[in-house]
Design a protein around this ligand. Structure first.
Ligand SMILES: Nc1ncnc2c1ncn2[C@@H]1O[C@H](COP(=O)(O)OP(=O)(O)O)[C@@H](O)[C@H]1O
Ligand SMILES: [Mg+2]
Length: 225
């Protein structure tokens, strides 16, 4: 089953006196259970692509379909789809600093309309499964980089999204912490068939994916294993 599809995405930016064509004709299919890695040189448009896939920005041309239905980032259903069907992890954790770890993870459930007690209980359970049972009530500045990123991953997963979109989720971590996050991603993919699209410029990590694409000259091409 196709969860997420990008068709013929094109996007350019105006940079003072010239236009940079970042995406030219990017196409992608994400099916249930896929672990897709996207690599590419710095500045090639990986984050731009992820923003389009995540309905955070609109392409100039082309479309994004969620379960076969075209959705625009500016449509009125986009916020609900982002919260319910998509999970996001970024290189920098973007946790809400005034909230504790468990409150951050509970946030997507609260937004979806669940009660506070249910949301906090589910968040605590998920965080405990990630080895953070001792850190539930810590604020992000009291957590290590690896812990912050595990909290971000839990927040991305709490609503059981159809796909998690991750933009260099381990880019800011040392190799040991990076390996921990990767092991968690691989386990969730294997055990729960959780679909992921992960941007990474680490070729070794990309080798672990079921499908790897390289973004170059605005086009995604499969990388031979
Ligand atoms: N909002 C923007 N305005 C102008 N240029 C942008 C904007 N966002 C990204 N760019 C440019 O588009 C190119 C691709 O950026 P990005 O998608 O962040 O690349 P990557 O994530 O692969 O490093 C870069 O040259 C970047 O400077
Ligand atoms: Mg980027």
């Amino acid at each position: 089953m196709t969860i997420l599809e990008a068709r013929h995405l094109a996007k350019s930016y105006q940079d003072s006196d010239r236009r940079i064509e970042v995406l030219k004709d990017a196409n992608l299919l994400v099916n249930k259970g896929d672990l897709i890695c996207i690599t590419g040189k710095s500045g090639c448009g990986k984050s731009t692509l992820l923003h389009m896939l995540g309905l955070l920005d609109n392409p100039d041309q082309g479309k994004v379909l969620i379960e076969g239905k075209e959705v625009s980032s500016s449509s009125k259903e986009a916020p609900q789809i982002r919260n319910r069907d998509l999970g996001f992890v970024f290189q920098f954790h973007y946790l809400v600093e005034d909230l504790t770890a468990v409150e951050n993870v509970a946030l997507p459930l609260l937004i979806a309309g669940h009660s506070k007690s249910t949301s906090l209980a589910k968040a605590a359970e998920l965080l405990s499964g990630f080895g953070l049972e001792e850190r539930l009530n810590h604020y992000s500045n009291q957590l290590s980089g690896g812990e912050q990123q595990r909290v971000s991953l839990a927040r991305a997963l709490i609503n059981k999204p159809k796909v998690v979109l991750a933009d260099e989720p381990t880019g800011n971590l040392d190799p040991e912490k990076s390996a921990e996050i990767w092991e968690t991603i691989l386990r969730l993919n294997r055990e729960l068939e959780q679909a992921f699209v992960v941007i990474t410029h680490d070729r070794e990590q990309a080798r672990l994916a079921s499908i790897t694409y390289e973004l170059e000259h605005g086009v995604l091409s499969p990388v031979n294993p």
